[in-house]
Design a protein around this ligand. Structure first.
Ligand code: FMN
Length: 189
């Protein structure tokens, strides 16, 4: 491998999630988000079904999202203060991107689990691309991602709302919470 590729790999090995509290402006612009989407499209995808899509929450719709989050929290039995705090999560990160999985039915040669793997690969490539651009990000879901009104706001029929990626400029270098041990996940057959 040449030096540049080794550098990229070393940089990828330092991708850690950065929570919204540690994300400030600027977030990625439209061109950078499209580039991250191009990386997502490089996920392995049996049958080229593209079983995922990303929906960027425009700044002017954050208030609408906050109302949806707050109402979902109330429906889930939370009190006023907790529900208001849930609503505040609509302002998570300078940029907020919904991750939507769309499993294509009736394709026995590409079973659902393969399509979910593609969607996971797409999410990871998206996060890795943002990391390589110098942004911090974290994928978040919570109970609200399964709330019918929230799901309806983001998804069409047959789609699943996986959650939202909060993205921005990290206020500190992302940190590992533990050492990764490759022997945990790779060994002889
Ligand atoms: C689909 C999905 C949903 C997630 N939802 C949450 C969440 O709601 N809250 C949370 O703390 N972490 C959530 N995570 C995990 C974080 O995004 C992150 O991967 C985890 O904290 C591990 O950190 P790391 O990426 O630095 O290894 C979710 C991950 C995925 C893939």
């Amino acid at each position: 491998m040449n030096d540049a590729r080794i550098d990229v790999l070393q940089h990828l090995l330092r991708r850690y999630s950065v929570g919204p509290k540690h994300l400030v402006e600027p977030g990625p612009d439209d061109a950078q988000l499209r580039e991250a989407a191009r990386a997502a499209l490089r996920a392995p995808d049996h049958g080229h079904l593209t079983p995922f899509r990303f929906a960027v929450v425009p700044p002017h719709r954050r208030t609408e999202l906050a109302r949806l989050f707050e109402a979902a929290a109330r429906r889930h039995g939370h009190g006023a203060a907790e529900s208001a705090a849930e609503g505040q999560r609509a302002w998570n990160g300078p940029v907020l991107v919904a991750v939507i999985v769309r499993i294509v039915p009736g394709r026995p040669e590409v079973p659902e689990h393969e399509q979910w793997l593609s969607a996971g690969g797409a999410l990871t490539n998206f996060l890795n691309a943002l990391h390589l651009m110098g942004f911090g990000a974290k994928m978040l879901s919570g109970r609200k991602a399964g709330d019918p009104d929230v799901v309806r706001a983001f998804c069409g029929p047959g789609e699943t709302l996986a959650g939202w990626i909060a993205v921005g400029t990290p206020t500190a270098a992302p940190k590992a919470r533990h050492d990764d041990d490759p022997a945990q996940v790779i060994g002889p057959w």
